[in-house]
Design a protein around this ligand. Structure first.
Ligand code: PLP
Length: 436
């Protein structure tokens, strides 16, 4: 496959944009380096690059693009919003509409506030939890990624671990000392941390279903333990549902049928992003009325945003959720994903490539190893070189994956049976190639 033009643009980008990319996860550093592919157009399940190559896309922009690229309903909503002005700096009726849609789908949220990114949403939930509890420390789980704000970039997951920077430079140790990291799926680790620091823990922050060291389900009872232990020590529970909300069904992980006992796993605060903006920048957070009333202008916890709740993002979000309200779209994504993962597993086996696949509805992760992946250590203990070789082999055959062994594959409502067949053919040839 000729990608000459991408190479030329990458050289140029390096002159002007740090590392040539506007987010480190877009660089090919973790898959052997070189020029990332410069895409020119995206439609449905496909990308076309600057050299005219077509790719079936499973990146979905790291999650938000669940209705496929340039979905007509979403595109129309954005165009209409733009024609009426993109930013007002005043309240609008649209914001109420999206807030109500989110509350109906995620009943633990009595009150919502829109922000501009998942990072902001998470960062603010921590501030609100600190304001509410009067405590400082946060407990998080190894490998879970919660955006790039100081507190949660301590022993963080996908991007930083891929690049081998467990703690970013520029974060004061005094801040890092406010964060305790414990293993996912290990209630004993959490209990020990709470026994030691419980009096000063404001919140336990978790991806209730992990999307950042592959897709990883909590073990049965784990979320119940997290909520029970946090409450026993007077800490709030924050769910980071930036990836998981509206990914598996019309709702979030906390209401997903794959996890029982919804009352016992109900969080105090939830952070949202990605899908709820239909492909435009957005974040949101919400929780009980009592906790959310700590936020300005009602309460002492300050949070603001010039761009927050802008009509374009809100309209795209509403349109995206409208598409997802048809439950058939989730069934179809699941059906195609089951076919894809079964085919990938067969192909890998045929060529003697060890592969563990974690599938949750229309998303899954491929781990080049022969053991289960239930926590970050197990996700790290996989063959990075085999993943990099597979990634490149698939790219050369027109399949676009995230350039990191920790990232998920996401299906969209635009993927078809023919796309799955195409991908499985590419995978068969790719596994054969990497097996040698
Ligand atoms: N939380 C989770 C679970 C995420 O996966 C991400 C981004 O990948 C974030 C937070 C940060 O969101 P954003 O990139 O919109 O700032």
């Amino acid at each position: 496959m000729n990608r000459k033009q991408s190479e030329v643009l990458y050289e140029e980008a390096l002159q002007h944009i740090v590392g040539g990319v506007n987010s480190p996860s877009r660089s090919f550093k973790a898959v052997g380096g070189g020029a990332p592919v410069f895409m020119k157009k995206a439609q449905g399940a496909y990308f076309w690059d600057v050299d005219g190559n077509r790719f079936v896309d499973y990146l979905a922009a790291y999650g938000p693009i669940i209705t496929g690229h340039a979905h007509p309903h979403v595109t129309k909503a954005i165009a209409e919003a733009a024609a009426n002005g993109t930013l007002y700096g005043t309240p609008t009726e649209l914001e109420i509409q999206l807030a109500v849609m989110l509350k109906e789908a995620i009943p633990s949220m009595d009150k919502v506030r829109f922000v501009n990114s998942g990072t902001e949403a998470v960062m603010t939930t921590i501030r609100v939890a600190r304001a509410y509890t009067g405590r400082n420390k946060i407990i998080k789980f190894a490998g879970c990624y919660h955006g790039h704000s100081d507190l949660v970039l301590v022993a963080a997951g996908s991007g930083p671990s891929t690049l081998g920077i467990p703690d970013s430079a520029g974060i004061p140790t005094s801040i890092a000392h406010e964060v305790i990291t414990v293993p996912f799926n290990d209630p004993t680790g959490l209990q020990e941390a709470l026994e030691k620091w419980g009096d000063d823990v404001a919140a336990v922050m978790i991806e209730p279903i992990v999307g950042n060291f592959g897709m990883v389900m909590p073990k049965p009872g784990f979320l119940e333990d997290v909520c029970r232990l946090a409450r026993q020590y007077g800490a709030l529970v924050i769910y980071d549902e930036v990836i998981t909300a509206f990914r598996f069904h019309y709702g979030s992980a906390q209401t997903y049928a794959g996890l029982d006992n919804h009352d016992a796993i109900k969080p105090d605060l939830t952070a949202l992003g990605k899908i709820i903006g239909g492909g435009l920048p957005i974040g949101a957070y919400g929780g009980s009325k009592e906790i959310m009333e700590k936020v300005a202008p009602l309460g002492p916890a300050y949070q603001a945003g010039t761009m927050a709740g802008n009509p374009a993002s809100i309209s795209a979000g509403i349109a995206c959720l409208e598409v997802l309200q048809d439950s058939k779209v989730y069934e179809e994504m699941n059906r195609l994903t089951v076919k894809l993962t079964a085919g990938l597993a067969d192909s890998a086996k045929r060529h003697g490539v060890p592969l563990t696949i974690n599938q949750i509805r229309g998303s899954f992760s491929t781990h080049f190893c022969d053991h289960p992946v239930t926590n970050y250590d197990e996700a790290q203990d996989t063959d990075s070189e085999a993943f990099a070789a597979f990634f490149r082999a698939m790219l050369n055959r027109g399949v676009n994956l995230a350039p990191s062994k920790f990232e998920a594959w996401f299906l969209t409502t635009a993927h078809t049976e023919a796309d799955i067949d195409f991908t499985l053919e590419a995978a068969e040839a790719s596994f054969k190639e990497i097996a040698g």
